[in-house]
Design a protein around this ligand. Structure first.
Ligand code: AQP
Length: 339
């Protein structure tokens, strides 16, 4: 379910509490174009108007990443990436999930109101069974319950996510309803806030862009890598010869041009009339992505050279959230008859 965002409060109005938003991102690799177009752009915008809480979900990443050093460094990289793309620790709270272990206690409590059948029908669970058949761990099945706990422990009402997360968010709402029905009105039902971008497809042009699939465009990576990734993109598969007319509406490269410049209709026209070839269109896209993210790439390098700054921001974020997390847990334990 999507929501209309409330207008910004007028500067003369009495200060009202800002609605709280929450979103999480996995430290499972470098931040990619799908993350930015699908979610991070909203994270940055919303921090100005809402009480924004953003979480690097390392507990979730454990379902696929099993090397401790890799997870630790990816967590720091993800924090640097989010800060470089515009998260401002003065305006939002950025923290690491495992630094607030109350999330996992709440997850257990929520799991007792969650039928297993709801989890088994989750599309991402079915995908994971296919992509990591030798590692179908329990965490993959219960991932949506932890996700619900992440959101509701702060009683967040809005969740900026990519459209690929729609089914998970609906499940969070169902879990909240089940809890509230059994134990009384405790949590608001979280609602998704989407960017205008659809689910961004990966370089293969078929699957959603995803770190675990390896079809990403790593926007904060080396420009040569970005160029290589964009040049490897699958375009309109029916356009065989350079002189064949292209179909921009099914070409992933053409679709991505919508987000990098206001001349995409002209670019689409070039493809339709075979005035331009796929290679030209890809070269242009690669350059635009490289240019667009150049300042963020620079800031990312500065942050990565100063890990103490990143760690300080993450620690301060987790400390700031402690009273909120503990207050929710006190209420939930009381409602459920614990202690
Ligand atoms: N392709 C995408 N299109 C639109 N939005 C996307 N998001 C991710 N991919 C796309 C949004 O980014 C936020 C963080 O998502 P994530 O942590 O689940 O990142 P991921 O790239 O999806 O990670 P993995 O490792 O590849 O995990 P799997 O394969 O398990 O999904 C979310 O708001 C998401 O909607």
């Amino acid at each position: 379910m999507t929501v209309e965002l409330a207008p910004a409060p007028s500067p003369t109005a009495a200060p009202a509490p800002r609605p709280r938003i929450f979103s999480g991102i996995q430290p499972s690799g470098l931040v990619h174009l799908g993350n930015d177009l699908g979610a991070i752009r909203n994270y940055v915008m919303l921090q100005f108007e809402y009480e924004a809480i953003y979480c690097i979900v390392d507990y979730h990443a454990l379902t696929s990443t099993h090397d401790a050093d890799v997870l630790r460094s990816r967590t720091r990289e993800m924090a640097a990436g989010l800060l470089a793309l515009g998260l401002d620790p003065e305006r939002c709270t950025l923290f690491v999930q495992s630094h607030r272990p109350e999330h996992t206690e709440l997850m257990w409590l929520l799991s007792t109101v969650t039928p297993v059948s709801w989890l088994e029908r989750t599309p991402t669970y079915k995908d994971k069974i296919a992509t990591q058949p030798d590692d179908v761990n329990h965490g993959l099945l219960t991932y949506p319950v932890l996700q619900a706990a992440d959101i509701v422990i702060y009683k967040a009402s809005l969740v900026p996510v990519g459209k690929d997360q729609a089914a998970h968010l609906e499940l969070s709402r169902e879990i909240v309803r089940a809890f509230n029905n059994r134990y009384g009105d405790t949590f608001p039902e979280p609602q998704a806030v989407y960017t205008p971008a659809p689910v961004v497809l990966g370089t293969d042009g078929v699957k959603k862009m995803s770190k675990s699939v390896g079809n990403t465009i790593d926007i904060l990576g080396d420009p040569d890598v970005i160029r290589k990734q964009v040049m490897s993109m699958v375009t309109d598969t029916k356009r065989i010869l350079r002189t064949d007319p292209g179909r921009p509406e099914v070409c992933n490269v053409c679709q991505l041009h919508r987000f990098f410049g206001d001349d995409y209709e002209d670019i689409w026209d070039g493809e339709r009339t075979a005035r331009t070839g796929c290679v030209d269109t890809k070269k242009l896209l690669a350059q635009r992505i490289i240019d667009h993210y150049a300042p963020a790439r620079e800031r990312y390098a500065e942050l990565m050279a100063n890990p103490a700054e990143i760690d300080g921001i993450l620690e301060a974020g987790a400390d700031r959230l402690k009273p909120k997390a503990q207050a929710t847990m006190d209420e939930v334990r009381h409602r459920m008859g614990l202690r």
